[in-house]
Write a protein that binds this ligand. Structure first.
Ligand SMILES: Nc1ncnc2c1ncn2[C@@H]1O[C@H](COP(=O)(O)OP(=O)(O)OP(=O)(O)O)[C@@H](O)[C@H]1O
Ligand SMILES: [Mg+2]
Length: 310
């Protein structure tokens, strides 16, 4: 089934710009009907009530990478089709079942999950549709509010193990870890960074907090919601905002101080510096970059004097 999904996604990508074609709409509707077992009468009304979201094309392997707006008598819905047993589906449902309400109390807006249609091979989720034009609020504004509050932890979870780290190697910043030693010739640095991550508290994080997953005040796409080293979203967000020239290098450090002061957690600070370094290595091309240089300096000092000393 996974293979079929992948082939379908390839076909869907080749349909770019043609998605308003009536025939394609018709075939796609049939496809969704087959995948979701035809349990769709509640949502699929007349054809004119269904449209593709132009420009929205995912890259994931767990979802059909084309999305529709479905208009019911009361609401506009965003439809996303997941392969059953996919990790994206599990993570997203876990978020909505157990954490959605809590995150809402932070003042972060999150689209409601309004329908779940589970079938033999696939599950269709229907989210509240968020209208991009409605909001003038930008990524930084929403992101700041989000990352500063995002420190929900679970004390009973196992520590960050090698297995865990291997899984996270799939994510771009963690891939940089083995490269640190090679690049800076600092034997201890890579080992140190590894140790810091492993001894970090694990916190729930969004996991893919990029610009495309923020629409005005809304944070969407909870498919990567999971436990990560503390500051996973924060460090990504700060490096990307710095890269976009929204904040300066010294402001990056200011926000880290603000976060760690509020959470009264000195160990988190060390972990966040490591994560910032890994994100810089991933997303900043300039080797002489100010933030990158400062981080190297800080982390080198930590290697000398840290409790995580190797
Ligand atoms: N609730 C929603 N209301 C309106 N538009 C949405 C909604 N959810 C998602 N979208 C649009 O569809 C796009 C893809 O959705 P989503 O991020 O959930 O999927 P994805 O597979 O992770 O795709 P991507 O790789 O683009 O992030 C989003 O970038 C956004 O433009
Ligand atoms: Mg997304």
């Amino acid at each position: 089934m996974e293979l079929i999904f992948r082939i379908l996604n390839k076909c869907i990508h080749s349909l770019d710009n043609k998605s308003e074609n009536k025939l394609i709409k018709y075939f796609y509707a049939k496809l969704v009907m087959i995948l979701t077992g035809g349990v769709r009468n509640n949502y699929y009304l007349k054809e004119e009530n269904i449209g593709f979201i132009s420009k929205a094309r995912g890259a994931g392997r767990d979802c059909l990478n084309i999305y529709r707006i479905v208009i019911t008598s009361e609401k506009k819905l965003f439809e996303k089709i997941y392969l059953n047993n996919s990790s994206s589906l599990k993570k997203c449902l876990k978020f909505y079942d157990d954490y959605y309400k809590l995150y809402n109390t932070f003042g972060i807006k999150i689209p409601q999950l309004l329908g779940v249609i589970k079938s033999k091979y696939a599950t269709a989720l229907y989210f509240e549709y968020v209208n991009e034009e409605m909001s003038s609020v930008n990524y930084f504004h929403t992101g700041y509010k989000f990352v500063m509050n995002n420190n929900i932890r679970k004390y009973d979870e196992p520590k960050f193990t090698d297995d865990y780290l291997n899984e996270l190697y799939l994510l771009k910043p963690y891939k940089q870890l083995p490269k640190l030693k090679q690049k800076y010739g600092l034997n201890n640095l890579a080992q140190y960074a590894n140790k810091v991550l492993k001894s970090s508290r694990l916190c729930y994080n969004h996991g893919d907090f990029n610009k495309r997953n923020v629409i005005g005040e809304y944070v969407i796409d909870w498919d990567n919601f999971d436990l990560y080293p503390e500051g996973h979203d924060l460090s990504f967000f700060l490096v990307i905002s710095y890269k976009m020239d929204v904040i300066s290098a010294s402001e990056v450090f200011g926000y880290v101080d603000e976060y760690t002061a509020e959470n009264q957690n000195a160990a988190a600070k060390e972990c966040i510096y490591v994560l910032l370094l890994l994100n810089c290595e991933s997303y900043i091309r300039n080797k002489e970059d100010e933030l990158l240089m400062k981080l190297i300096g800080i982390v080198e000092k930590y290697v000398g004097g840290s409790t995580h000393k190797t």
